[in-house]
Design a protein around this ligand. Structure first.
Ligand SMILES: [Mn+2]
Length: 327
């Protein structure tokens, strides 16, 4: 912490980066750190590899975020000029797409703050806690350990709340600890409106998104009670039928785990040129290794992702084979 303090004191121009398809924790932790560093008088910018969902745009500062895929020139200028770069909520350069190129070349000091397993070596300093529920909680703890909790205000608090809420499935995943609840309690004490944030994130489905959910559960869910597993697959054609927008399938895979006895859940989504897979599990069933061994991916013990460069049909076959052999 002394080292981090020293680095922060010596830095003027700071860039915060996070992973592709940024989620609530990625944007929440990035903007929380952004506002905190701004309060400390730093020049700060947040750079993301690509777009993030509409339901995160209520967060203060979200409109200042630079998107690398559509504004690489500006992003590269910031990265070259930075003396400190934070990597939040990702454990390897493979998670940030082409943004890895300018990052690799940057002369700035690099600090990773993350809760994913097996961080790769691409930074100078690591604040990694794989037991921690979210990177947003790690940002709170960073501010706490720096002895600067007095700088924590409603704006920073709302970003942290959002990150913790989304990464813990609204405070119910096993990674939710008493410390998590103590942090949330503190955020509520300083005026963060939890129920408002929950509404902003979860109660803003389009009609089409809710219909897509209904269709996926009624028509596309396959359950394997003998293997405690279930999956849903969605083709491009089906997604288009429901006017799919980024983020519309977020959380869909979790519904499968609400079936009695189901411990292993998979969502397969056909993208433009590959199949994206999302895995969830509980109890003694761990998905990070499965994602890694069979699906070119990885992640957390109970939540992971993968990618196959095959047809949707072949990907479904592979998932069924893995389901049948793994439990
Ligand atoms: Mn996270």
């Amino acid at each position: 912490m002394d080292k981090i303090k020293e680095i922060l004191n010596n830095s003027k121009s700071i860039v915060i980066t996070t992973h592709k398809s940024p989620d609530g924790d990625a944007i929440g932790s990035s903007l929380a750190l952004y506002h905190f560093l701004k309060k400390k008088g730093k020049e700060v910018s947040v750079i993301v590899p690509d777009a993030f969902p509409e339901f995160l745009k209520w967060m203060d500062g979200s409109s200042t975020i630079i998107h690398y895929d559509t504004n690489s020139e500006e992003a590269e200028k910031m990265i070259t000029a930075a003396d400190l770069i934070f990597s939040l909520d990702y454990n390897g350069l493979g998670r940030i797409g082409n943004l890895s190129n300018p990052l690799k070349d940057a002369s700035a000091i690099k600090i990773v703050i993350d809760h994913h397993q097996d961080p790769q070596e691409f930074a100078d300093h690591y604040i990694v806690d794989v037991e921690c529920c979210s990177t947003s909680q790690l940002i709170y703890e960073l501010i706490e350990n720096l002895g600067e909790l007095e700088k924590l205000d409603k704006v920073i608090g709302a970003c942290i709340y959002c990150g913790i809420m989304t990464d813990t499935g609204s405070f119910r995943f096993p990674s939710t600890t008493s410390k998590t609840h103590q942090i949330i309690a503190h955020l509520i004490e300083i005026g963060v409106e939890g129920s408002k944030i929950h509404q902003d994130v979860y109660d803003n489905y389009s009609e089409q998104r809710l219909r897509l959910l209904g269709y996926a559960l009624t028509e596309k869910m396959k359950v394997f009670p003998m293997h405690n597993a279930a999956y849903i697959s969605l083709s491009q054609k089906e997604l288009k039928k429901f006017s799919f927008k980024k983020g519309d399938t977020e959380g869909l895979v979790n519904y499968l785990l609400s079936i009695n006895g189901i411990k292993f859940a998979v969502l397969l989504t056909e993208k433009e040129d590959n199949i994206s897979l999302s895995f969830r599990s509980k109890d003694d069933f761990h998905v990070n290794k499965i994602a890694n061994h069979h699906f070119n991916g990885g992640g957390h013990i109970y939540a992971a992702g993968g990618m196959l460069e095959t047809t949707l049909e072949e990907a479904i076959k592979k998932v069924e084979a893995v389901i049948k052999q793994s439990n």
